[in-house]
Design a protein. Structure first.
Length: 86
């Protein structure tokens, strides 16, 4: 059986995932810890009824949607300007 992971290391890994937005797999790889272990920690933690994993997924989805809305807004503006008499 492997050694227990120091509390400070665990906190650092979870902090990077929650605040820096890196994936659990990448944080585990960087720290030399099993990704299964990291995902187990994340499953135990929750913010209200939403897990940290779900929160990060929703943040990424929101960023993608904001980019799409921005592109569509620019395209609509171009169309409006093209139709208006100069």
């Amino acid at each position: 059986m492997s050694e227990p992971i120091a509390k400070e290391i665990k906190e650092q890994i979870l902090h990077r995932i929650k605040n820096d937005g890196i994936s659990g797999a990448q944080a585990a790889k960087d720290a030399g810890v099993s990704s299964k272990t990291v995902y187990g920690w994340l499953a135990k933690e929750s913010l209200g009824s939403v897990s940290v994993l779900e929160l990060n997924r929703l943040k990424r989805e929101n960023e993608g949607l904001c980019k799409i809305i921005g592109k569509l807004t620019l395209e609509m503006d171009k169309i409006k300007r093209g139709r208006l008499p100069r």
